[in-house]
Design a binder for this molecule. Structure first.
Ligand code: G3P
Length: 223
């Protein structure tokens, strides 16, 4: 199972990378907006520079999302984003226009992450369009009283049935239990906010056990 971090914050990316468990990064326009200090002067070149900085930190796939709506515009933007670094994966929304762009870009060896996926039918279309990753947003489904992880189970089953090679990337992860269930279901990737990555390592029995060991270690002299 691969772990991506879901952020555009360079400090968080460095910190997660230093843990040695990071396989890649996903960003989206909302995550980028969070890290922009001067919104009036943040240009498209600045955006591309920021993606390049992320690629310098992490030696794995870095998803950068298109910010256009028509297939032609997504194709041209996708080609530009893909030229930043060989690890850039172009994120396209699962719309009819997005599908056309995905098919074109994947046909030209540009890796695609199909985003804003909320149904099994959208996931089938992403696979058929040649996407390398499909991103179902589990947390946002949970938010509207729909079982987000049930969607992951459906997609994993469908992809296995047809041996689709598109990787299931569990997105909109809100807590460690999403990660546990994704692993049990055999999802390929979870993209996880930094706070949740930290939570994955936490257990109260680890803390109390370590406290006890440190106290008892006092018996060992001259360390
Ligand atoms: O990767 C998609 C993710 O960033 C969406 O998360 O928490 O905004 O639903 P959220």
């Amino acid at each position: 199972m691969k772990f991506f971090i879901d952020t555009a914050d360079l400090d968080e990316i460095r910190a997660a990378n230093d843990l040695g468990v990071l396989d890649g990064v996903t960003t989206n326009p909302s995550l980028v907006a969070k890290i922009v200090e001067d919104p009036d002067n943040f240009t498209y070149e600045d955006f591309k520079d920021h993606i390049a900085k992320i690629c310098d930190i992490v030696g794995g796939p870095v998803s950068a999302e298109v910010t256009t709506l028509t297939a032609d515009e997504m194709i041209s933007q996708g080609e530009e984003l893909a030229s930043i670094d060989e690890n850039v994966v172009v994120k396209c929304p699962l719309t009819l226009e997005g599908l056309k762009a995905m098919r074109h870009l994947s046909g030209n060896s540009i890796r695609i992450n199909a985003t804003l996926v909320f149904s099994p039918t959208q996931a089938i279309l992403a696979a058929k369009a040649g996407a390398s990753y499909v991103s179902p947003f589990v947390g946002r489904l949970d938010d509207i009283s729909t079982d987000g992880m049930a969607l992951i189970e459906q997609i994993v089953t469908i992809y296995r049935n047809y041996r689709f090679t598109t990787e299931v990337l569990v997105a909109s992860v809100r807590h460690p239990q999403h990660v546990v269930e994704a692993a049990i279901m055999g999802a390929d990737v979870a993209t996880i906010p930094f706070k949740v990555i930290e939570q994955l390592a936490k257990h109260p029995l680890t803390d109390t056990g370590l406290d006890r060991f440190m106290k008892d270690a006092a018996v060992i002299k001259n360390r």
